[in-house]
Write a protein that binds this ligand. Structure first.
Ligand code: HEC
Ligand code: HEC
Length: 432
């Protein structure tokens, strides 16, 4: 672990990549902060370490959009190797949390494609949140961050979990900075990277730079799109056709300038797809949220989203438009086999469950349901094909565990299909 933490074996391709991603890695020493002692509480899991999978990734991957990647780096925070390395160190360091037990990596573990495998995340002192942790892989391409888009940039995003009482629980960012500043190696690294002592904006900049270096493509599907006809199997090819066709998936996952978006699979917009069962009470909850959340106060939105059952209001908390009640961000669809369970609330355990949800058209009684949700009348074999296509979006570093997970999900889906509703899937479409 110590050896991989130091990442001394910098490969040639990583060095070449510095221009784009600052992906060479030289880390700030190897002391791993915030290791928890004997496990007295079941939730006190050791902080995931910076294993091989935590390395900044090479930009030389099939499917990686070089120009869009460059364009996604903000001018006021250019990528450098030292900054990425500092950000990596911070991302895995429990010292950012109030009691030293939780790092960013506790909920964004590289072994699980930077997620936590839980339905909803757990922060300090075993505090349970309301939402499922998305991956930070390819978050560089997100035009907003969080399921409800309450943060615009990765810099802005990183400040929220540090001070959220149910996540890392610091009273303010300066408390995290003060803790970091007690460590000589950090002081040296901040001096080297930012020419000054640790402060909150540079701490967030370093973390964001590390996240921007975590790009993951090179999947069988990317090779297929690049012209290798046999890179994916016939079932995945049929799934890709359904994804564009009768599955209607590309209405949101997505079409850019008339072409399917094979890079991020998202329209970067917010939709209510009927995951939350919206009942009469929901509008009342919206009115309640208007009382407790000051307009434009994203700190208050963050606490509501993570700590309160008003969380299900989704994008509404940010925009206060009734049309956004229960709307969430269309997510990227890469490495899904590593990021189960699914949806903003982690309610759907397998990809078969997800497709069952779409097949029945979501919850058609939801007054705020997106117009593009309707029954799809997909047969079982077609559902399998869609899953095979989604599975083909797995990057090579996750190939083995993803195969295992696919087998696990397939087995589970053979006996347990809580979201399947064949009558509705093959029933009438709304309005006709
Ligand atoms: C206790 C678990 C937990 C910790 C600790 C945590 N996160 Fe998260 N993270 C989440 C959850 C849950 C969400 C989704 C919350 C939401 O959308 O309301 C999230 C969302 C994100 C997103 C948005 C991704 C997207 O696609 O919108 C990024 C980026 C991110 N976290 C990075 C970080 C960083 C950086 C840190 C450390 C400073 C961190 N997280 C600490 C659980 C956690
Ligand atoms: C109307 C827009 C829309 C359509 C159509 C749509 N999606 Fe989605 N998709 C979303 C949104 C929004 C979410 C997040 C919803 C939530 O969590 O509440 C999502 C989530 C997902 C997820 C879960 C990802 C994760 O990280 O949890 C998968 C998988 C998925 N969609 C696949 C598909 C497939 C396959 C189709 C076609 C059968 C499809 N989607 C059609 C908008 C859409």
């Amino acid at each position: 672990m110590q050896q991989s933490c130091c990442l001394r074996g910098v490969r040639k391709s990583y060095v070449r990549s510095v221009l784009i991603l600052g992906a060479a890695a030289v880390v700030v020493g190897c002391s791993s902060g915030g290791q928890v002692g004997p496990q007295t509480k079941p939730y006190l899991l050791p902080i995931p370490s910076a294993s091989e999978l935590a390395r900044p990734r090479t930009p030389e991957q099939a499917g990686l959009p070089a120009e869009a990647t460059r364009a996604a780096i903000p001018r006021d925070n250019p990528q450098t190797a030292d900054k990425v390395a500092l950000g990596q160190k911070l991302f895995f360091d429990g010292r950012l949390s109030a009691d030293g037990t939780v790092a960013c990596s506790s909920c964004h573990d590289p072994v699980r494609a930077f997620t936590d495998g839980r339905r909803v995340s757990i922060g300090i002192k075993g505090r349970v949140g309301q939402r499922n942790a998305p991956t930070i892989l390819n978050a560089v391409y997100n035009t907003t961050q969080f399921w409800d888009g309450r943060a615009r940039t990765l810099e802005e995003q990183a400040g929220f979990p540090i001070v959220n009482p149910s996540e890392m629980g610091q009273p303010n960012l300066d408390a995290a900075v003060a803790r970091v500043a007690t460590v000589r190696e950090y002081r040296k690294a901040f001096e080297r990277v930012f020419r000054g002592p640790p402060n909150s904006s540079n701490l967030l900049r370093a973390i964001a730079s590390y996240e921007r270096a975590e790009v993951s493509f090179d999947s069988p599907f990317d090779h297929f799109i690049a012209g290798e006809k046999d890179a994916i199997d016939p079932s995945a090819k049929r799934g890709w056709a359904l994804f564009n066709g009768r599955g209607r998936c590309t209405t949101c996952h997505a079409v850019t300038r008339g072409q399917p978006d094979v890079t991020t699979f998202t329209d970067h917009r917010f939709h209510n797809i009927g995951v939350v069962i919206v009942r009469a009470g929901t509008v009342g909850m919206a009115r309640q949220a208007e009382q407790v959340v000051t307009p434009g106060d994203m700190g208050a939105v963050d606490r509501t989203a993570i700590q309160s059952d008003l969380s299900l209001l989704g994008r509404f908390l940010v925009t206060r438009q009734d049309a956004d009640i229960g709307a969430f961000k269309t997510p990227n669809l890469r490495n899904l086999l590593m990021t189960a369970p699914y949806f903003h609330d982690g309610s759907h355990p397998t990809l078969w469950d997800v497709v069952d949800h779409y097949n029945k058209g979501g919850d058609q009684n939801d007054p705020f349901l997106d117009r593009d949700m309707q029954p799809l009348a997909l047969k079982e074999a077609e559902i399998d094909d869609l899953v095979a296509f989604l599975a083909s979006l797995t990057s090579p570093e996750y190939r083995k565990p993803a195969l295992k997970e696919l087998a696990r999900q397939r087995k589970l889906a053979r006996t347990t299909r809580p979201y399947r509703d064949t009558a509705r899937a093959f029933g009438p479409k709304p309005g006709g």
